[in-house]
Design a protein around this ligand. Structure first.
Ligand SMILES: *Cc1c(COP(=O)(O)O)cnc(C)c1O
Length: 428
């Protein structure tokens, strides 16, 4: 009898996942662990985000568990960051070993991990020089500064302007924010960097008109990510390249989201066989470790001479060891080809589901995929219902469900994501 009571008291009367707190009036309130953590977070964290009410505790591959032990299929990969999924053993080993050996030296000295990663990136990307940052926006800042400074060194100091595209997303620091083509991010943040001209993505005539004597560079994403998964139309990137060459303007590709095999090519520019003068990369590059970079052509590599730009953390051996491990696994597990095949499979499966009402378009390349919902459907509600069913997705633009899973995702997992999405859409 006693024994039965003991067991039930452990299981029911004092469950492990309940937390007691006192509210403002001194009443004892019971919350589950998530509610408690979220309430604490909301009390002390700046309100600039609006996260889903889910506290993730651990992950393995494409699966995560929250603090209550609930399981979710993670097709967000931390917004296209976790190339190898959660807790990949080779990434864990590489970072653990490096942190025990040497984590930071600053740019006062060389370190072998940064040199090795530079060599590997030069090989993989095909541009001869790299610079390391810690994030995407910082990489883009480096691109913008490189462009202005390169013209400055060539006796064209009037070339300070940038041309960017509607729907573009380049980051949140002032330079990259200024070339971001989404007005909502500019609200109340002005004055921004100038002069900047913004043109419709995929419109070559508008691009031609926007490039003038004061233009330093054109910056664009080969596939717009945050803006809604918009793929460059055939011939567009080549056309922009020609316009830039004719006008003596640099072409900068923001490959922060598309880099490291995400689109089924190591870099998305390979789809169009067009070379930028320099490109930025970040998200998938560290497999979850914060790291970014720019890769630069020989022609403009002298744009940032000693002293012109820097980053304290950039190129630290810890981040570089992480990125080297990501490169090794991408090569050994043929993840670029895998991403391409998965993308083709997904598009073939999803396109027939377009009904012009709930699902109006399906697009993307490799594992950067978007399902555009009909105008009447609420993407936020759809994401909530998917989460209730154990699938994590994110949005892109105002009406697109974004699939950017780890590159190690299986077709089965992608299929679960798509089937669950269709179930949710048909219930709406
Ligand atoms: C995410 C993103 C950025 C910004 O990267 P952060 O690391 O958040 O600064 C820039 N450009 C593109 C294309 C992105 O997707």
């Amino acid at each position: 009898m006693l024994c039965v009571f003991f067991r039930s008291s452990r299981g029911k009367r004092f469950p492990q996942d309940r937390v007691f707190r006192f509210d403002g009036l001194g009443y004892r309130v019971m919350m589950n662990v998530s509610e408690d953590l979220i309430a604490r977070g909301q009390r002390v964290m700046l309100g600039n985000y609006n996260p889903a009410p889910l506290v993730i505790a651990r992950g393995q591959g494409c699966v995560v568990w929250d603090v209550e032990g609930r399981e979710f299929l993670d097709l967000t990969a931390g917004v296209a960051v976790l190339s190898l999924g959660h807790a990949h053993p080779r990434l864990v080993r590489a970072v653990s070993e490096q942190v025990g050996k040497l984590s930071h030296v600053s740019n006062l000295f060389y370190n072998e991990a940064a040199i090795r990663l530079s060599e590997r990136l030069v090989d993989a990307i095909g541009l001869p020089r790299v610079f390391f940052s810690n994030s995407g926006t910082e990489a883009n800042e480096a691109l913008l500064k490189l462009a202005r400074h390169w013209h400055h060194l060539r006796g064209a100091p009037e070339r300070v302007g940038f041309v960017c595209t509607d729907g573009a997303f380049h980051g949140r620091t002032f330079g990259s924010l200024s070339v971001t083509g989404q007005g909502k991010y500019h609200q109340g943040m002005g004055p921004l960097l100038g002069p900047i001209r913004r043109v419709q993505y995929n419109d070559l005539d508008a691009m031609e008109r926007a490039i003038t004597e004061d233009t330093a560079a054109v910056i664009l994403e080969p596939i717009q990510g945050e803006g809604g998964i918009h793929v460059a139309a055939p011939g567009y990137l080549r056309g922009v390249r020609e316009l830039c060459d004719r006008a003596g303007v640099l072409l900068l590709f923001d490959e922060v989201q598309t880099c490291f095999g995400r689109t089924g090519r190591f870099m998305a520019r390979e789809w169009d066989e067009v070379w930028p003068d320099a490109c930025s990369l970040a998200k998938g590059m560290g497999g979850g470790f914060p790291v970014g970079a720019i890769a630069v052509s020989a022609r403009v590599a002298d744009g940032l001479p000693p002293g012109s730009h820097a980053s304290t953390f950039g190129g630290n051996p810890l981040a570089c060891a992480a990125s080297l491990a990501v490169l090794d696994v991408i090569r050994d597990q043929r993840l670029v080809t895998h991403a391409e095949e998965c993308g083709r499979w997904f598009l073939e499966r999803a396109r027939p589901l377009i009904d012009g009402e709930r699902l109006v378009d399906v697009r993307g390349r490799g594992l950067m995929l978007g399902l555009e919902l009909g105008p009447g459907l609420d993407v936020g509600r759809c994401l909530n219902e998917l989460r209730e069913r154990g699938v994590l997705l994110t949005r892109a633009g105002s009406s697109v469900l974004r699939f950017v899973p780890p590159l190690v995702v299986t077709r089965e997992q992608l299929g679960v994501g798509l089937d669950t999405t269709m179930e949710v859409l048909h219930g709406m």
